[in-house]
Design a protein around this ligand. Structure first.
Ligand code: CMC
Length: 468
């Protein structure tokens, strides 16, 4: 940004003087390329706020730290944070307009094509791809720490009638400890998560807990615990293992999404990072986030046949109907989600290799084509996201829909660990946003006898908040 460009902080347009206003504050770019001057038009006070740039381009951010002194009484309001960068991070880069996703600088397409989940997990944590020796040591460490204590097993059985995401969250919490000396190192959660996720699946369908087979590689170990019979017999399938590994890579990190920022918020209180991971699991469960993959399959089942697609598209566009096209839209991507592109390409080959014919794939394809041409979706830049096709592959692998979000978490654990390790022990402040209070003004307590008497409590009008 250069010269005198104005920045619209209100979304309300330009006033007659050419400045853009929000109440009485005008934000406009200063005379240099790297700062914004914020002026409080009530007092004339000004603050110079530096503009910080991303190493990759994309968008710049206004550093709000200097907003103190004369401006201490002013805070920013950005519900849902569509205009707020909550932190500085070196791990994952997304350009939502161009549909770019990179882990530590490496494009997701290259990682999906050429790396394994273990390599990607190492890369996310360490910042660099491992050498052969480093990878071997990391894989061994993951195998050595795949066991879970009895409390975890007990929790899984106790919660067997609940959704697997609830089981996983509770099982992860069973590993958390108040005493720093007894805590599980965060990266050992990458080792333990397959044991927890696979056994949530086993136990919820009525089978017994299965110990991890440490002689199998990471992803095969996970699949063996998922599908082995009670004697542990499981014939591995390279197609299935590679497809699963790929799904883990694609889900491994996604910068400050709802579950990651939840986990980072929780760990800012100095609690055990494992407890922060459990909070991330809870946030991921929601159908607007990781839970969308389960919701997509339910939606495709409900649509049933291609000829019913227009009915569902019309419902998605109807503002009086809460229905949304699941697997469409994203806070950041205003273009094709690159993960969806990769998963879509895999769907065909995986189904073919597994010999599965799923008519839902035809419905998904047709739905995608219709939505991509529909003015409503085009205008809002609503494209298929990662969850749109992943369920079809996971179902072909014999996972029921309630296991789709747990498998998302199984991949995401790598990113959660890297993101938490990035902040643990750093002198960052506790995450504690402000609010714009619009509740009742100060009033005196009303005795029980006087309640309900209008004069005593005042009229509703007295309690109306000031308009923003
Ligand atoms: N179907 C119909 N309309 C939609 C959809 C959808 N899936 N998504 C967004 N819109 C509309 C929305 O109603 C709004 O319209 P208007 O401007 O007329 O009010 C506009 O598009 C902008 O939507 P928004 O809700 O303000 O956007 P957001 O950034 O807050 O929400 C989202 C992003 C992912 C929560 C939302 O697109 C959605 O609910 N999608 C369906 C659920 C889904 O697939 N979630 C998985 C996301 S990818 C996995 C992950 O990383 O979590």
């Amino acid at each position: 940004m250069t010269g005198h460009d104005t920045q619209d902080v209100s979304g309300r347009g330009i006033d007659e003087t050419g400045g853009r206003q929000y109440g009485k504050v005008t934000a406009s770019a200063s005379y240099g390329p790297s700062s914004v001057t914020l002026r409080d038009n009530r007092t004339g006070a000004e603050a110079e706020l530096p503009i910080l740039s991303s190493t990759e381009g994309g968008f710049d951010v206004i550093d709000m730290k200097p907003l103190s002194g004369d401006f201490n009484h002013l805070k920013t309001l950005d519900p849902g944070y569509p205009h707020t960068a909550s932190t500085v991070s070196n791990i994952t880069y997304i350009d939502g307009e161009k549909g770019i996703l990179q882990y530590r600088g490496y494009p997701i397409e290259q990682l999906a094509e050429q790396s394994t989940f273990m390599e990607t997990a190492f890369l996310l944590r360490e910042g660099e791809l491992p050498t052969q020796e480093q990878l071997g040591l990391f894989e061994q460490e993951m195998a050595d720490n795949a066991d879970v204590p009895d409390e975890v097993v007990d929790v899984l059985y106790a919660m067997r009638s609940k959704h697997p995401m609830a089981m996983i969250s509770a099982a992860v919490m069973a590993l958390a400890d108040e005493n720093p000396d007894r805590r599980v190192p965060p990266h050992h959660m990458i080792a333990k998560m397959p044991t927890i996720v696979a056994n949530a699946f086993r136990i919820s369908r009525g089978d017994d807990f299965m110990e991890p087979d440490k002689n199998r590689p990471y992803t095969e170990r996970f699949l063996q615990m998922c599908f082995a019979d009670e004697d542990g017999c499981y014939e591995s399938s390279p197609v299935l293992t590679v497809a699963m590994d790929n799904i883990f890579i694609l889900h491994a990190d996604h910068e400050q999404n709802a579950s990651t920022s939840t986990a980072r918020t929780v760990v800012s209180t100095d609690v055990d990072p494992v407890a922060a991971i459990a909070s991330g699991v809870n946030a991921l469960w929601g159908p607007k986030h990781g839970g969308a993959n389960q919701a997509v399959l339910q939606m495709l089942d409900e649509i049933g046949t291609v000829d019913r697609i227009p009915e569902f598209v019309a419902r998605a566009k109807d503002k009086d109907d809460p229905f949304r096209l699941m697997g469409f839209g994203h806070r950041i991507y205003k273009n094709f989600d690159p993960r969806a592109r990769i998963i879509k390409e895999h769907a065909d080959s995986v189904l073919e290799a597994l010999g599965v014919q799923d008519e839902k794939l035809a419905i998904a394809r047709e739905l995608e084509q219709i939505a991509l041409k529909d003015e409503y979706f085009v205008a809002r830049k609503l494209y298929p996201n990662v969850d749109f096709y992943s369920g079809i592959i996971l179902r072909a692998m014999d996972f029921p829909p309630n296991m789709f979000t747990p498998i998302f978490e199984q991949g995401r654990i790598a990113g959660q660990v890297a993101q938490l390790e990035e902040v643990v022990g750093k002198p960052d402040p506790i995450t504690r946003p402000y609010q714009l209070y619009q509740g009742p003004r100060r009033r005196d307590f009303v005795s029980m006898e006087s309640r309900g008497i209008e004069d005593a409590i005042g009229t509703t009008e007295d309690h109306q908040p000031e308009p923003v």
